[in-house]
Write a protein that binds this ligand. Structure first.
Ligand code: ZN
Length: 444
């Protein structure tokens, strides 16, 4: 991390955790925020001119699939780190559905070492709840925590067995590890491909009923009530699930939730237009579901935005609809898409969006990020609110080009990402060398 000093001057700082929204200068020293003030005069510092720009705490992603080890043709920890830096993310999770599954300390160490070699953003490994994420036998969660996981999840699948999930919840509470649950009752979802509704019927595809998500969520909330242990609900996609979480929170249950950009912006109609590029789990649902997700995000029922960045190869995604894997990429498009479609259109404020993308996910993980308060790590992103581009999936840093948003025009582009005081992206380009990272002449 950088030891020199950097002055970020002239920008509008939005730091909801500190209640700050206004013109502030920031001084970064020894990788940390040294000073925040309406005007700072410093000599012998690198100056980043942020006039006309917005300075935000770096985004944090609760839900990133980096695919390494085992599926390097889809993504690696390096290419995923580049995609994160390009998208303004300063901290991302590495979900455990790799090969081998991150259900052991060696794989955790492997991920941490690869992330350190990439040297771009913070990569936090997530361990599996059960061995091989097979749902039968708990992992050594204490050992995983010692090795460095920040949470546990069997994502890709939900933990179906009541007794196993109950044991896991209690163990996680004791260890202080967040448990991230993919809610899907496979006895209901079976071989479903898209949301069960008119689009599925029209295309002759097997449906994924909302009930598959809601049935497991209901069971989970019952176990949370029984144990008092916390649970985080991944990729909420139905109006019914939002309502279940809202009423659980009203009853005081320790539950948090996330929603993806694609569920906030698209409906199952997208499958007709974009085919397998709009195939994911949970599936895109109806306009009423999308509306409920947006309301839940605005009122805080849904705590965080998470990308569920799920890269796949072109070959895999160009197979037939039934054969193609579930998932879309998200790191490089999340902020501009939501800024354009939710903030510029007046559905939510930028302060609300930043809260859901930075301090809220940090809080779910119990990590001291998501703010630019003095003394904290200098993890930040600078946004140009007026810069505009057409999303081009062929130009992603991610190996995964599977995005339904290709060709869409967006505003609010990340123009500089800093992690621990080090510039990891500037002008849309990821910095690959120390020389670039320490360059003093960035014009944004
Ligand atoms: Zn999932």
């Amino acid at each position: 991390m950088q030891s020199g000093k950097t002055l970020i001057t002239g920008g509008i700082l939005v730091d909801p955790a500190q209640g700050r929204h206004g013109r502030f200068d920031l001084l970064v020293a020894a990788g940390k925020i040294a000073c925040v003030s309406p005007r700072l005069e410093c000599s012998n510092v690198r100056v980043i001119d942020a006039a006309g720009k917005i300075v935000l705490p770096g985004f944090i992603d609760l839900h990133t699939h980096l695919r390494e080890p085992g599926f390097e043709y889809k993504e690696t920890i390096l290419t995923g780190s580049r995609a994160a830096a390009a998208g303004g993310f300063t901290g991302i999770t590495a979900l455990p559905n790799t090969r081998p599954v991150t259900d052991n300390a060696d794989t955790v160490s492997f991920v941490r070492e690869a992330a350190a070699r990439a040297g771009l953003v913070r990569v936090w490994p997530v361990g599996a709840i059960t061995l091989g994420s097979a749902g039968r036998e708990l992992t050594d969660m204490a050992g995983l925590k010692k090795a460095g996981v920040v949470a546990v999840s069997d994502d890709g699948r939900g933990v179906a067995d009541d007794r196993i999930l109950k044991k896991a919840l209690l163990l996680c509470r004791r260890l202080g590890l967040p448990l991230l649950q993919h809610c899907e009752d496979e006895s209901i979802s079976a071989d479903g491909q898209v949301h069960q509704g008119a689009v599925a019927e029209r295309l002759g595809l097997a449906g994924l009923p909302s009930a598959a998500e809601e049935a497991m969520l209901k069971r989970d909330l019952r176990l949370v009530a029984e144990t008092g242990a916390a649970l985080h609900v991944m990729h909420v996609s139905t109006a019914g699930a939002v309502e279940l979480i809202r009423s659980a929170k009203q009853r005081g249950l320790p539950v948090t939730a996330e929603v993806t950009p694609h569920h906030l912006l698209l409906t199952d109609d997208a499958v007709i237009a974009y085919g397998t590029m709009a195939k994911m789990k949970p599936p895109l649902r109806t306009a009423a579901d999308r509306e409920a997700l947006r309301k839940g995000l605005v009122d805080g029922t849904v705590d965080a935005v998470a990308t569920d960045h799920a890269p796949h190869s072109e070959e895999e995604k160009s197979a037939g609809f039934r054969e193609a894997p579930f998932g879309v990429v998200g790191l490089e498009t999340a902020f501009p898409l939501l800024f354009t479609n939710l903030v510029r259109s007046g559905i939510m404020t930028i302060d609300q969006l930043v809260t859901r993308m930075s301090p809220a996910p940090a809080r779910v993980l119990g990590l001291p990020y998501g703010t630019l308060a003095p003394g904290r790590e200098a993890d930040l992103v600078i946004i140009d609110p007026d810069a505009r581009k057409t999303i081009d999936r062929h130009r992603f840093y991610s190996r995964g080009k599977n995005s339904p948003f290709h060709g869409l025009e967006v505003y609010g582009l990340p123009v500089l990402t800093m992690v621990g005081g080090r510039v990891v992206m500037a002008g849309g380009r990821v910095t690959e060398t120390d020389e670039e990272a320490e360059y003093a002449g960035w014009r944004l």
